[in-house]
Ligand binder design. Structure first.
Ligand SMILES: [Zn+2]
Ligand SMILES: [Zn+2]
Length: 555
């Protein structure tokens, strides 16, 4: 339990810095918002934002102030493209809000609801409980209609802001073109009452159904639909209108009264949509807008994830191989300016690291003063459930990866029994507490799933019903002599692992077989491979009787 794998440095100042910044707003209730467009399966990167918001909330609550979190589902956004996993015909749905696209899986009210729910269903496990806001519903409220009206009345100001921010790094020619194109531009589009489209054309060649004129006195809006050619005029309250992204965001901040919103680097880059939104907040909505908290992305195996390209590692996939607390831990200890790179094949090492950290918190593992203080600060924020007053021993994940693969041979009850024995031995327990027992089965499930999906050849153990013929043909006479002795040893009364291991080697030497060869011979018979987990513990896990019978079957 003292093995010190190299651990990355902690960088947790961001927690205090961000919380202090947010508290300066002196709000009655601090609202921390997050959001995502449900364009397909949402990858785990979004959980960075949602957990940052949750951590800020927990820290504010700790100061005795009131705080809430929100998750805004942008299901009023129109379809631009479908990820490869979706089989709907893009031409049928492009330009239509996600909230009005059919759920091809048949379980939810819409495409948007389906992919949002897939994410939302994991929130409890990750220890977050934001209020869910659906923009398709929010857009129908009088508050949002008022916000749209305010923006339309400020069209000139918004044009100036767009030119200032969007055309900022254009060359002279591009800039002139952009200014020209903005002359009759309005910051909103209309969902066509005839065909339901918000825009025409797919990604790269989109023409939105922009408002073509607005009269502030009569509140009359003109528009043209580029999907079906319909054009009309109506008062704002009779139409379904959506603001352009860079204006929609600050309008939502205004309506929801958002105090703080974290944002990934695509939005939070200097002069990007977040900064544009803050400028719109100041000059149109007459307030400073939320505290901007930029964060770097979460990468998977060194690659950026992308819903549209189908590079998706969802929170649900994470939960199938690792505890949610580990993800919170990785986030908490990493500065917001640094990317987090998840390497799924390293999950067992990361779990070991997190669980050492947990033991430091409970004082059941030695650590220096700095690490103890870190654990006091960070560990409670890692939890998705309640803080246990006492340490709950965890079955080592690496052991779980081995034994979970043997469950078919050992049987369910015997597997659990062996896990309990392992816990007792690891932590010197007389009896395994109920809370610890409850964690065994979920751990076995995760370990098995991890091995199957991400484990290396070395991690995988496959035991055939009978020893394969090609293994038998490799056995020499001295091998057989050696194996006969091993069967005798195994059928003797119990000995500890060290004695068992040395007895096996002595038997090998007795018949002139080298240690290395002895290993190979036994592993081949057990798992048809030249190597495997440490021999004596592995034999004990499989059961000495079972191993003795297996070896005897080849003699
Ligand atoms: Zn569904
Ligand atoms: Zn139309």
């Amino acid at each position: 339990m003292t093995s010190e794998a190299p651990e990355e440095e902690f960088s947790i100042h961001w927690i205090r810095d961000v919380t202090e910044e947010v508290l300066k707003r002196n709000a009655a209730v601090y609202l921390i918002s997050t959001g995502k467009s449900p364009s397909g399966s949402i990858h785990i990167g979004i959980m960075r934002e949602i957990i940052i918001a949750d951590v800020i909330k927990r820290e504010i609550l700790r100061t005795g102030n009131d705080a809430r979190t929100m998750f805004v589902v942008d299901d009023y956004d129109p379809v631009r493209s479908f990820p490869p996993s979706v089989s709907l015909n893009l031409e049928d749905w492009v330009g239509i809000p996600y909230s009005e696209v059919v759920d091809e899986f048949g379980c939810c009210s819409s495409y948007g609801a389906h992919f949002a729910n897939e994410l939302i269903e994991t929130f409890e496990a990750f220890g977050v409980n934001p209020e869910i806001i659906w923009t398709s519903k929010m857009n129908e409220t009088p508050e949002m209609e008022d916000a749209v009206r305010i923006c339309l009345k400020h069209t000139e100001v918004i044009r100036d802001i767009m030119i200032e921010y969007v055309a900022n790094d254009f060359n002279e020619e591009q800039k002139e073109q952009y200014i020209e194109s903005m002359k009759n531009w309005y910051p909103a589009s209309v969902v066509c009452p005839k065909c339901g489209h918000l825009q025409a054309g797919a990604k790269g060649a989109i023409t939105p159904n922009r408002i073509t004129s607005y009269n502030p006195e009569s509140d009359l809006v003109s528009f043209e639909c580029h999907a079906c050619g319909h054009s009309d005029e109506a008062t704002l309250d009779k139409l379904r209108v959506k603001l352009v992204w860079r204006v929609d965001w600050p309008a939502k901040w205004h309506v929801l009264n958002v105090t703080c919103e974290p944002a990934g680097k695509d939005h939070s880059v200097k002069g990007g949509s977040y900064d544009t939104g803050l400028e719109v907040s100041r000059r149109v909505f007459d307030w400073p807008g939320p505290v901007k908290v930029p964060y770097e992305w979460v990468r998977i195996g060194g690659r950026d994830m992308s819903t549209s390209e189908g590079i998706v590692f969802t929170p649900r996939v994470w939960l199938s191989i690792a505890p949610p607390e580990l993800y919170r831990y990785l986030l908490l200890k990493t500065d917001l300016t640094r990317a987090i790179n998840i390497q799924p094949e390293r999950i067992p090492d990361m779990i070991d690291e997190y669980e050492r950290f947990e033991r430091v918190y409970y004082g059941v593992e030695e650590a220096n003063e700095i690490r103890r203080e870190l654990a006091q600060l960070v560990y409670p924020l890692c939890l998705s459930g309640d803080l246990s007053p006492e340490y709950i021993p965890k079955l080592p994940f690496k052991f779980a990866t081995v034994i979970s693969q043997l469950a078919d041979i050992l049987g369910h009850e015997a597997t659990l029994e062996k896990c309990e024995q392992a816990l007792k031995k690891q932590y010197g327990l007389e009896k395994v507490p109920q809370e610890a027992k409850a964690l065994i089965e979920p751990r076995l499930e995760r370990a098995l799933y991890w091995v199957r999906e991400y484990g290396s050849e070395r991690d995988r153990i496959e035991i055939t019903e009978e020893v394969p013929q090609d293994v038998l043909s490799t056995l020499t006479d001295p091998d057989r002599e050696f194996l006969a002795k091993v069967v005798e040893i195994l059928r003797l009364e119990d000995q500890d692992e060290d004695s068992l291991q040395s007895a096996i080697f002595e038997a090998a030497r007795g018949v002139g077989i080298k240690d290395r060869r002895a290993f190979v011979v036994i592993y081949r018979i057990l798992i048809s491979r030249k190597s495997g987990p440490r021999l004596a513990p592995f034999i004990n896990t499989l059961g000495r009787g079972w191993v003795a019978d297996r070896i005897a079957s080849v003699l």
